[in-house]
Design a protein around this ligand. Sequence first.
Ligand SMILES: Cc1cc2nc3c(=O)[nH]c(=O)nc-3n(C[C@H](O)[C@H](O)[C@H](O)COP(=O)(O)O)c2cc1C
Length: 219
Amino acid sequence: MDQPLLPTDASLAALHWRYATKKFDASKKIPADLWAKFEQALVLSPSSYGLQQYKFVVVTDAALKEKLKPASYGQSQITDCSHLVVFCARTDVTDANVDHYLERICQVRGTDLTHLKEGFGKVIKGDVVHGPRHALIKEWCARQVYIALGQLMFFAALSSVDICPMEGFENDKYDEILGLTAQGYRATVLAAVGHRADDDGAASLPKVRMPAEELLDRR
Ligand SMILES: Cc1cc2nc3c(=O)[nH]c(=O)nc-3n(C[C@H](O)[C@H](O)[C@H](O)COP(=O)(O)O)c2cc1C
């Protein structure tokens, strides 16, 4: 077996270290070169069929964060974090969206487009555009962004960077403020990314998790 890239115990320690940060140190910003790697972690997220029916709005502008705070029940993480990621899921998936993805596969892998459209393309369209899944397409797209959120959270923990994942915001207001509806997206979940304040009491609280025997069904 290959050696792990990181010692497994170190990865596990990062999962114990991380917590949903309640109070960020607003003076600590993530440097641009490090943030560029966070963006790569977002882009590298896997998704069903690889279809990537989402985008990530990254907010660092102080005035825009101030505007978003009341739409987030006044939670201070919005304004005090370094980077606020708004995970936006598409509200519909069309044939054109699928074709755009197929063209990207051709570009990256040199696969023949006609062949792709006849095979993989028909499978995807028959499922998410014209099949039974289309009735629940918003929900399906929303699920995909949570994969990216999880990946970003783990990546941040491994980088000693803090995150508060957040669903405590008014989706409609975010859509309006960020002009998402017209672009065919819905603000779905947030990640406030930055560094914990020294006096964030939540950092030292023991983690509340159900006993493993309750959560794991080993067969
Ligand atoms: C999808 C999601 C949404 C959450 N929304 C909020 C939120 O709006 N505000 C907040 O302070 N914490 C939020 N949390 C944090 C959870 O309460 C926290 O992750 C959970 O209690 C486990 O604790 P830990 O992350 O500190 O280990 C959210 C977590 C997740 C995964």
